[in-house]
Structure formats: structure tokens, C-alpha cells
Design a protein. Structure first.
Lengths: 399, 159, 176
């Protein structure tokens, strides 16, 4: 009824079907969403993945265990070293060997550095979607400093190919630990600038509090792990629950929030970066002496001195390169805490140097499977803000 | 641009070519078609340290209709291939394509059922950048090579 | 509880329905027939000592060329990795899928993650999940013929796609 009492006809409307992606700035990778909109509200949504399916699992069946290390690194390309550390850990469990303490500490340091840069980019790109562009440059400046450390230790910036089955490939050069500690000290200030701009910012809080809420029930049903689960109130962290690489010796907290929305996920990530710095400092202080590779000639390459001067060293090197490591027939599921959550490798071995079947349990897959449920009923702008905060990395999602 | 194609006088045409090329090469608007790890290195290229805006190519346009440099960064899978073709077709002339990284140039080390073995199976490529991922200096080098290529062009090439 | 004890408990409860029990490097698994899958998973979830709240992973394996294949009269296995938050233990349940009977009951109503993970096993192995609301391919494109991760699919056999799928919406967002 209009103001003067005449009957007003309702304006006919229909739902708008909008396709977002797979080439889209806000999807952070090759994700495709199709939404049905009633104005700004999402009435129905479907997600399509697989646009970066690179056939990792089939490829890993065709090459030896040590050749899978570069493929593994390209899974979560934000913090790459952790994936290959976790792969070597899985193969070592299959072989039943234990890595020396110094190598474990180096793996902890490189993985935690990877976690820091993963969270830095996630927060930076999420803020770009919301409209806060400056923070992206600040976060990337800090990421470049960590890249310099990786370059000095391993030889490359991103895809470092650092760990080996049985340990790590090389020890840290002189002075590297001092540089590492300096860069870690700078983190508080560098990331603190972003945090100060964002944490109590009225616009950011209004935009993100209540957007894309992952409740405890949804999280448990969908196998959500990592910062998304901890932001929903469940303090599950594999580093504490089932420690590996000596994580039970380090003192660190597991940040937990209660709301499960985009704001909580961002704050949990900020706090996790601080905890990672704590772990790295303890690892450097505690750094044990010793070898960085296990002393097993079936697994570790002999030194070049032995290769060039002894017949046994030459043959050992030849057999390892041509025939690789041969685990017994069996299967293993090995889970570690990656930047996005529980990264699992399920390896079935048939006794040959090639893995028979490699199944990767990608954390982003489980986290992203909640997305249609959590954004339907909300506005499309909230959905885009939530999408960035779940931290979906297409390399890991699609493998 | 049709006007230059119709000017027949050689002196004016070459001067006009130089001016047009100068304008095009120092204000390229890249369209980042980022799929995988190379896109992260590209984010490093546009960041403050390896600033690509020194070369005028900082204004990334996510709509292909507003862009002239298509940067294909990362692995292109069979599922993504029609999308790449559609984006390339939507870009107006003049346009150039940089294939960044091993995966875009030749499939990289993914020789399997789901990866396109080089985007030149789908679209024409001007510059290939090697690396996995290429260093940011490499990517800037590719942008400079495109600029050198633009210098050698005539305005009548693009109808 | 360690995984072998969990395996014993499952065998005590289900008896002959456990086709194969498996232990290696401190981890344990049981293999059951598709008809018993839901009962076993619900038992793992609801039992007071076990309390497996989370289904972490669903993955397929093709045993065509495996040395163990002589003792198994099924070709595929689908492995369900379970985790208990409250008790902090893990376990694996595998379901034996014969090549001529590729149907497995879907558990998407019990755990939401099974929706996409079962689609992936269908896409890459061809195992059909009955009761699944949206059993479409998820990794390979819709025009793909065959199942990529089977051992008899050659690694280099590429199949081109000319047009992406137009409409991917479902009746409800939970089905998508």
C-alpha cells in the first residue's frame, strides 16, 4: 500500500546468477564460485575446484621417493618448505629411521619460517580484498627478508628443495643464526605496524566480525584444522597433540579464539606468527651439534670425498641415485601441522623405489568445503572477506 | 588504430610510430593470469623491493578488456585452458603475452594427463621466462624485452 | 589407546565382518565390506572409549599391481582416516571395493567433508558412492573419459577441454 492508499504492485524480481572466477583477483588462485543473488544476499552457492589439478599423486607414483620432494614443495606455495619437510618425515616413518637432532631443529626453523610467511601473505591479501592495500606492501617487505634467509641457507628463494630423506641437505652457514635472530626480532615491529592499523580499526572490525562464521559443529563435521579450527574455539594443534621433530621440548602457546569469524581467524594468525618467532628463538638457542643426515648408507648419500676416492662410496652413490630408497611393503599416514592445518601423507609402499600410492590430505580442501555453508544467507561482500581468511592455496587444494 | 594505417607519408608515419610505441611501452597495463607459485613471485615483483612500477607496468587490471599485457603465471591445466583462451580473446589489440615460469612455457616438470604442455598450444606467446619460479629480476627482464619488441613494431601492425 | 588396541576392539565387535586387519609401524587399519562401512564408522564415532569425532581423509587405492593383490579378491580400497579430538588417537578404516561392484554407501550425512572427498575418489578411481547428492567429477574436467589414478590409465594420456561447464549450482548449498 502506498501513502495515499492505492494498491502498489510489487516489482517483479528474479535471482541473479553470478559466476566468480576462476580468473578473478579476489579468489586468490584458481577457484570458481557460482552464486545466486537476491540483491546482495547469497541464496545459493556452489564452488568448483580442480583448475590447478597438476596430477601430483599420479606423478609421485612414477618417480622415486626423493624426487617427490620438489613436487611436494609446490603444494602449499606460500610456505613451501614445510610440505617437503613433512614428506621426508612421512618416508622416514615408512622406513622406520630417526633423524638426528640438529636436522630436526633445522626442520623446525625452516617450517616455522614458512608458517610466518604463509600467514603474512594470507593476512596481506585478505586485507587487499577488504580494501586495505598498504598492509600488503608491509607484509611483503617482511617476506622478502625471510626470503633472503632462505636464499642464504638453501640457495633459492621460494622452492628451496632443502630437506632430504634422512635429514636436511646442508648445514647452516656461519653467521646465519645471527641473521635469523635479527630478522625475527624485526618481525614484531614489521608485522606490528599492520596489526596496529587493523586490530582495533573500526572499519575492519565492522567488516569482519560475524562474517563467514565457522561454528564448532561445522568445523568438526568438515574436518577443519589449523587456524580456522582454532578460531572456532577448539585448541587442536598437531605440534602439541602428537609432537614430532622435538616440538615437545619447545614452549609455545596455541592461540585460540571463540567466534569463528573472519576477525578471529585474522587475529589467531597474527598471534601464531608471534608464537612461531618464539619457537625459532628457542630452536636456535638449543641448537644441538652433530650431523644433519642420518648415518645409514641405504638412505644418505656418501660424502664427495668418499665418492671420488673409494669404490664403495662410488657404488653407494650410484645405487642411491639410480635405485633410490626402498621401504618395506606397508602403508603409513603421517600428519604434521602446516600453515593451513593438518597436512597428511598417506603412502602405500610396495617395496620398490617408487611409491605405490601417495595420497595427500590437503588442509585447504577440508577448510574450503565449509565455504558454501558458511556464506549462504550472508552478503556477497562478507563471503569475499571470509574467502580470503580461510587461506585457500590452490596448489594444495587441487594437487 | 586505423588512422596511422592510412597515413602514407613515411616521415610522419615513422615519427608517429615512435610516439605511439613510446606511449605503449612505458604504460603497459598487465593482466595477471596467476594460477600457481609463479603468481606469488609476481606479487614480489610488484612489491616495493623489485618495483615494476619503475617500468610503468604497475597498474594491474583484472579485467582483460582494460589490459594489454597478459602475464600467464603458473601451471595451466586442461580444465583452465578454455578460460585462458577466453581471457586472451577478450583482450583488445594491441596485446602481448608473457609466459612466466617453466609450467606456463612447457608444462614444467608436470608431464601428465592434466597439464597443458606449454600455453603456446593455446595462445601465441611473445616472451618466455625460464625458472621455477623465475627470480623477480627475470620477470622484469621479460617486461623490458616486451618493451624492446614494442620498439620494433609499427602502428600499422595492429589493426 | 594405541591403534592396535582399537583394531582389536573393532574386531571383537564386528567379528568376521573385518576382512583384513593390518598393522605397520605403530599404525593399524581394518578392511571391511561396503555394506558394513557405515556401521563401523558410526561405532567408531559413538563408542565411549573411541569417540572418533573427525573424519580426516577419504582416499582411494588401486591394488592392481601391488604384491598383496594375490591375497585380495578386490581391486580398490577406499581408506577413511579417523581422528579423535577428545582421546587424541587415530585409526584407519578401509573398505574393499570389487571391480565389478563399485558401489559404496556415502557417509556425507555423517561428516560433511565426505561430500567433496567422495567426489574425488569417484573422479579418480570410479568408485560410486550411493546416496551422494552431487556425484560429479571434481578434479578432472567434465568431458574427461576414464579414471585418472587407476593403474591402467597411462600417465601421459591428455584429454583436451573445449568449453567449461556452464552451471554448477545444486538444489541446496550443502549438496554443492
Amino acid at each position: 500500500m502506498s501513502a495515499d492508499g492505492t494498491q502498489v504492485q510489487p516489482i517483479p524480481s528474479e535471482l541473479l546468477t553470478l559466476n566468480i572466477g576462476p580468473a578473478h583477483p579476489a579468489t586468490h588462485g584458481t577457484l570458481r564460485l557460482q552464486v545466486q543473488l537476491d540483491g546482495e544476499t547469497i541464496v545459493n552457492m556452489a564452488c568448483e575446484i580442480g583448475y590447478l589439478h597438476r596430477g601430483f599423486e599420479k606423478q609421485a607414483e612414477n618417480c622415486q621417493y626423493q624426487l617427490v620432494i620438489p613436487y611436494a614443495e609446490r603444494l602449499n606455495y606460500m610456505g613451501p618448505v614445510h610440505n617437503s619437510n613433512a614428506w621426508c618425515h612421512a618416508v622416514e616413518q615408512l622406513l622406520g629411521i630417526e633423524v638426528p637432532a640438529r636436522a630436526q631443529a633445522l626442520r623446525v626453523i625452516t617450517s616455522e619460517m614458512g608458517r610466518i610467511i604463509d600467514h603474512a601473505v594470507c593476512i596481506g591479501t585478505n586485507l587487499v580484498d577488504i580494501g586495505a592495500l598498504t598492509n600488503f606492501w608491509y607484509m611483503y617487505n617482511y617476506r622478502e627478508k625471510v626470503y633472503d634467509l632462505y636464499e642464504e641457507l638453501c640457495g633459492a628463494r621460494m622452492m628451496v628443495n632443502y630437506p632430504r630423506i634422512g635429514g636436511v641437505s646442508m648445514d647452516a652457514p656461519d653467521g646465519w643464526f645471527d641473521k635469523l635472530l635479527r630478522v625475527m626480532d624485526e618481525m614484531h615491529e614489521a608485522v606490528g605496524e599492520v596489526r596496529a592499523l587493523v586490530e582495533r580499526n573500526r572499519i575492519f572490525m565492522d567488516r569482519t566480525i560475524g562474517a563467514g562464521v565457522i561454528t564448532k559443529d561445522i568445523a568438526l563435521s568438515h574436518g577443519v584444522t589449523g587456524p580456522c579450527l582454532r578460531a572456532a574455539g577448539i585448541p587442536y594443534d598437531i605440534r602439541k597433540a602428537q609432537p614430532y621433530w622435538g616440538y615437545d621440548q619447545y614452549e609455545f602457546d596455541v592461540p585460540v579464539a571463540q567466534g569463528g569469524d573472519t576477525y578471529d581467524r585474522t587475529i589467531v594468525r597474527f598471534r601464531e606468527m608471534e608464537e612461531s618467532v618464539k619457537i625459532i628463538k628457542q630452536a636456535v638457542a638449543r641448537m644441538p651439534d652433530g650431523p644433519v643426515m642420518v648415518e645409514d648408507h641405504l638412505v644418505a648419500m656418501p660424502s664427495k670425498d668418499k665418492v671420488y676416492n673409494t669404490m664403495e662410496g662410488l657404488i653407494n652413490h650410484f645405487k642411491l641415485v639410480m635405485h633410490g630408497v626402498k621401504p618395506p611393503v606397508g602403508e603409513i599416514y603421517s600428519a604434521t601441522e602446516g600453515g593451513c592445518g593438518e597436512l597428511g601423507y598417506y603412502i602405500v609402499s610396495d617395496g620398490t623405489p617408487n611409491a605405490y600410492r601417495v595420497r595427500i590430505r590437503p588442509p585447504c580442501f577440508a577448510n574450503y568445503s565449509t565455504f558454501p555453508k558458511i556464506s549462504t544467507g550472508g552478503m556477497i561482500a562478507d563471503a569475499i572477506a571470509a574467502l580470503g581468511s580461510i587461506n585457500i592455496i590452490a596448489g594444495e587444494l587441487d594437487r | 588504430m586505423g588512422l596511422e594505417a592510412q597515413i602514407n607519408q613515411p616521415f610522419i608515419a615513422t615519427r608517429l610510430d615512435e610516439v605511439i610505441n613510446w606511449g605503449r611501452k612505458y604504460s603497459m597495463w598487465p593482466m595477471p593470469f596467476g594460477t600457481a607459485c609463479c603468481a606469488i613471485e609476481f606479487m614480489g615483483v610488484v612489491s616495493s623491493r623489485f618495483d615494476v612500477s619503475r617500468f610503468g607496468a604497475e597498474l594491474v587490471r583484472f579485467s582483460p578488456r582494460q589490459a594489454d599485457l597478459l602475464l600467464v603465471m603458473g601451471t595451466v591445466t586442461q580444465k583452465m585452458a578454455p578460460v585462458l583462451k577466453q581471457i586472451y580473446d577478450q583482450m583488445p589489440n594491441p596485446k602481448w603475452v608473457v609466459s612466466m615460469g617453466a609450467c606456463a612455457s612447457s608444462g614444467g616438470f608436470y608431464d601428465n594427463y592434466s597439464v597443458v604442455q606449454g600455453i603456446d598450444e593455446i595462445i601465441p606467446v611473445d616472451v618466455y621466462v625460464a625458472g621455477c619460479p623465475p627470480r623477480p629480476e627475470n620477470v622484469i627482464g621479460a617486461v623490458v624485452k616486451i618493451m624492446e619488441k614494442i620498439d620494433r613494431e609499427k602502428a600499422a601492425d595492429w589493426k | 589407546m594405541n591403534e592396535s588396541q582399537i583394531a582389536e576392539k573393532v574386531q571383537a565387535r564386528f567379528g568376521a565382518k573385518v576382512l583384513r586387519a593390518y598393522a605397520f609401524r605403530g599404525q593399524a587399519a581394518v578392511t571391511v565390506a561396503p555394506a558394513d562401512l557405515r556401521d563401523v564408522l558410526v561405532f567408531l564415532r559413538d563408542d565411549a572409549e573411541l569417540q572418533f569425532e573427525m573424519l580426516m581423509d577419504v582416499g582411494g587405492v588401486d591394488y592392481l599391481a601391488h604384491p598383496d593383490a594375490e591375497s585380495m579378491d578386490w581391486r580398490f580400497e577406499v581408506a577413511y582416516q579417523m581422528y579423535s579430538l577428545s582421546k587424541n588417537h587415530r585409526f584407519r578404516v578401509k573398505v574393499a571395493v570389487r571391480e565389478d561392484a563399485l558401489d559404496v554407501p556415502s557417509v556425507w550425512d555423517l561428516w560433511g567433508i565426505a561430500n567433496w572427498m567422495e567426489r574425488e575418489v569417484f573422479d579418480l578411481f570410479g568408485v560410486r558412492f550411493t546416496g551422494h547428492p552431487n556425484l560429479r567429477r571434481i578434479m578432472c574436467h567434465d568431458d574427461f573419459v576414464g579414471h585418472a589414478l587407476r593403474k591402467d590409465y597411462p600417465i601421459n594420456k591428455r584429454q583436451k577441454l573445449s568449453q567449461p561447464a556452464e552451471n554448477i549450482l545444486c538444489a541446496k548449498p550443502e549438496h554443492a
